[in-house]
Design a protein around this ligand. Structure first.
Ligand code: SF4
Length: 376
């Protein structure tokens, strides 16, 4: 379960991952990129306890405050008109060392909470899509099935269910035939998508490939949103191999996220500039199929922002990039009446658009000024 022990994200490495790490250590050695990719993602490092400027304890601020009198249920987050995030559980098969879930409440939803969430969904016809996450929804298969079944019965406005998971790369055998036949059945009633996160090609082991194929055979679409991590995948050759593999597996590339400024993750974060350099090489070099180009994005405290020319307005003396967005507080409050702008992490410009402040990583004391207003 996500959560802290003595201020440190409790280490948890699944049996499957422990065996894989050992196998890669024996066959490829500790200096190999594959070994480092696994260890850096999952194995606790003392560097996590060093003091740095990364202090975030959440991905973003979007919780809908529970209020029975207003029909606002527990366990949901909302930033956008069409989508709702449902935090079904905080349990994961393994703890990724760069993940903010360490700092989230560890409680798990009950069926009665799911009933209230489905009621909320059914009442808002603007809502078309739910992202079920946490935590890992496949860790609570019965609750996940209950959610999907109830949505199909009572909230026909929901057209898409997305399931965020790392189970296929962390403990693949947890996904069994019962789940595949459930998904096959319900993917006739609504679109079911699995959002996976594969950060290095070593994670695509035969057992994982079999599970991914079975998911696809169940009518589920799979896309991958990956995280750029130092000494995991922050080199162009690894990224090219990774996206080539995803292409041949029929997995769509979604975001390549810069690693968020979470407390204890300084050693895993590259600079934003390095990510921009890599994404340019990856997507404008003719080296990978145009059908598998990821979108480079920052997960800021006010939501996801894709970087375009002029998106980075400046870098302040504290190492924060000021990121221009097209989000407005007034829009947010239509979809989530409890939304408040986190004033220490964002502000509004004169046209009412939100400017997000985002702590750069790694060499952020000397960010390439050429990010501002494009690549001069
Ligand atoms: S990235 Fe996903 S699987 Fe990893 S700890 Fe975070 S929520 Fe769990």
């Amino acid at each position: 379960m996500a959560g802290l022990v003595n201020g440190v994200f409790r280490p948890k490495v699944s049996k499957y991952l422990r065996q894989l790490i050992k196998h890669v250590q024996e066959t490829e050695g500790e200096d190999s990129g594959a070994y480092k990719a696994l260890v850096n993602q999952y194995v606790y490092s003392e560097k996590e306890e060093e003091k740095h400027e990364e202090v975030n304890l959440k991905h973003y601020e979007a919780i809908v405050e529970e209020d029975d009198s207003k029909g606002l249920p527990k366990g949901i987050e909302r930033l956008y008109r069409r989508q709702l995030v449902i935090d079904i559980t905080m349990v994961c098969a393994a703890h990724c060392r760069y993940c903010l879930r360490a700092y989230y409440d560890t409680s798990q939803l009950k069926k009665s909470d799911i009933d209230r969430i489905v009621e909320y969904c059914a009442k808002d016809i603007n809502l078309k899509e739910v992202l079920v996450t946490g935590g890992d929804p496949f860790m609570v298969p019965n609750l996940l099935k209950y959610l999907i079944t109830t949505l199909v019965e009572k909230a026909p406005n929901i057209k898409v269910v997305r399931i965020g998971t790392r189970v296929p790369v962390q403990e693949p055998k947890m996904l069994n035939d019962e789940m595949f036949s459930f998904l096959k059945n319900y993917s006739k009633s609504l679109m079911i998508e699995v959002a996976i996160q594969i950060n290095h090609p070593i994670e695509l082991q035969p057992v994982t490939l079999e599970i991914l194929r079975k998911l696809q055979d169940s009518g589920v679409r799979i896309y991958s949103q990956n995280v750029l991590l130092k000494d995991v995948n922050d080199d162009i050759d690894t990224l090219i191999t990774l996206y080539d593999e995803l292409r041949y597996l029929g997995i769509e590339a979604h975001y390549l996220f810069h690693s968020i400024p979470m407390k204890g993750t300084n050693h895993l974060r590259t600079s934003v500039a390095k990510g921009l350099k890599l994404i340019k090489q990856l997507t404008s070099s003719g080296m990978i199929s145009g059908r598998v180009k990821p979108t480079y994005a920052l997960m800021t405290y006010i939501g996801k922002v894709t970087l375009y020319d002029g998106t980075i307005l400046k870098k302040d003396d504290s190492g924060y990039l000021h990121i221009k967005t097209n989000y407005r507080v007034s829009d947010r409050q239509i979809w989530n009446e409890t939304y408040q702008l986190p004033k220490d992490q964002a502000y509004e410009d004169e046209d009412g658009f939100i400017i997000a402040k985002y702590l750069d990583g790694d060499d952020h004391t000397h960010i390439a000024v050429n990010l501002i207003d494009g690549d001069k």
